[in-house]
Design a protein around this ligand. Structure first.
Ligand SMILES: NC(=O)c1ccc[n+]([C@@H]2O[C@H](COP(=O)([O-])OP(=O)(O)OC[C@H]3O[C@@H](n4cnc5c(N)ncnc54)[C@H](OP(=O)(O)O)[C@@H]3O)[C@@H](O)[C@H]2O)c1
Length: 312
């Protein structure tokens, strides 16, 4: 099978396209024919090991000392089940699934084995029937992140909610999920993302690059920072400082992403009902994985960047 491997921790160029033997599923695994993956921020962290020094040792112990133990990286996938082990109950050959591979990685390849029960080593569920494999990967990654951290707000219909970083993969889905719940949603983004964020159904937009942005802030019942702690602005700082109850300002970086099948099923339902439209900025073929990593590293994408591993 064709796969993208990470030869050592480093810049995008450490990724190489190679041929590898396809994996064989164990009794409690399914074999997935992978059609699409994504380039996520987690993939960038893993490939570059570009994290503060104090986290490098635990990360390298967990993932591999000089390069990831699983040389095939990639955390998100959508594809079709082509083989099932005898202990598999939930899935059958031909089922189309989407999900995350967790610590087991391995999504940048034409085949990947996964267990049916979600754990830190990944989780899959049936994928939405109405979207492409590429959009399904955007929904899986952005949806799991957005749902998990938005749930912290216990948002009620009619409440005033702010999504900071509304143009990120998780932000685009957080906006739509909050609207689905019935909140009045303000999205914060830069000038060239305003049109996209409006198209997601926000009630108000704040352009964080404008000098008067802070003056546009109101009082919010809940605010979600969907770009993470590494990126900020005067608007984010002022919003957090202005929250009466500090617990009502959550960041997408407040704790680890949980690979919860029930939550992923809810993402699927809302995508199928049309309440949530995954946003895919660009799709790169697997052969152009280096270019895809360079593009995501710029930090300016609109929604998600998908990888087409193979076409139907
Ligand atoms: N908790 C976990 O386990 C976990 C797992 C994975 C990821 N994460 C976190 O989730 C974050 C978001 O990932 P993602 O892929 O959804 O984001 P992303 O797509 O990489 O975010 C990029 C978007 O953010 C906007 N942006 C950049 N700087 C900004 C700023 N200062 N203020 C507001 N918007 C800004 C960019 O547009 P403009 O530049 O035009 O504004 C772009 O549209 C990651 O960075 C990571 O911190 C957490």
């Amino acid at each position: 099978m064709k796969a993208a491997i990470c030869t050592r921790y480093g810049p995008p160029e450490v990724l190489k396209i190679v041929e590898r033997e396809a994996p064989t599923p164990k009794d409690d695994e399914v074999l997935i024919w992978v059609f699409a993956s994504s380039v996520t921020n987690s993939d960038l962290f893993i490939r570059g090991c570009d994290i503060p020094l104090r986290f490098q040792i635990p990360m390298r112990i967990m993932l591999g000392i000089t390069k990831p133990r699983n040389e095939i990286i990639g955390e998100v996938l959508a594809g079709e089940i082509v083989q099932v082990g005898p202990k598999i109950r939930k899935f059958k050959v031909g089922d189309r699934v989407f999900g995350l591979t967790g610590f087991s990685l391995g999504a940048y390849a034409e085949y990947k084995c996964m267990k049916e029960k979600a754990s830190k080593r990944g989780g899959i569920v049936m994928m939405p029937r109405n979207v492409s494999f590429e959009d399904a990967t955007s929904a899986a990654y952005g949806g799991l992140l957005a749902f998990q951290f938005l749930e912290k707000g216990d948002i009620l219909p009619g409440q005033n909610v702010l999504i900071y970083g509304a143009s990120s993969t998780s932000g685009t889905i957080a906006v739509q999920y909050a609207k689905h719940i019935g909140a009045i949603v303000t999205g914060v983004c830069s000038t060239d993302k305003i049109e996209l964020v409006r198209s997601l159904g926000v009630d108000k937009v704040i352009d964080y690059t404008r000098a008067d942005a802070v003056s546009k802030l109101e009082s919010y019942d809940f605010a979600l920072d969907a770009v993470g702690k590494a990126r900020s602005s005067a608007v984010k700082d002022a919003c957090r400082a202005g929250m009466k109850d500090k617990r009502k300002f959550a960041s997408i970086d407040d704790g680890a992403l949980v690979l919860d099948s029930d939550r992923l099923d809810r993402v699927r339902e809302l995508v199928e009902s049309g309440a949530i439209r995954p946003v895919t900025d660009r799709c790169f073929p697997l052969d152009r994985i280096v270019e895809a990593h360079r593009y995501v590293e710029e930090g300016r994408k609109k929604g998600n960047v998908a990888i087409t591993v193979q076409t139907e």
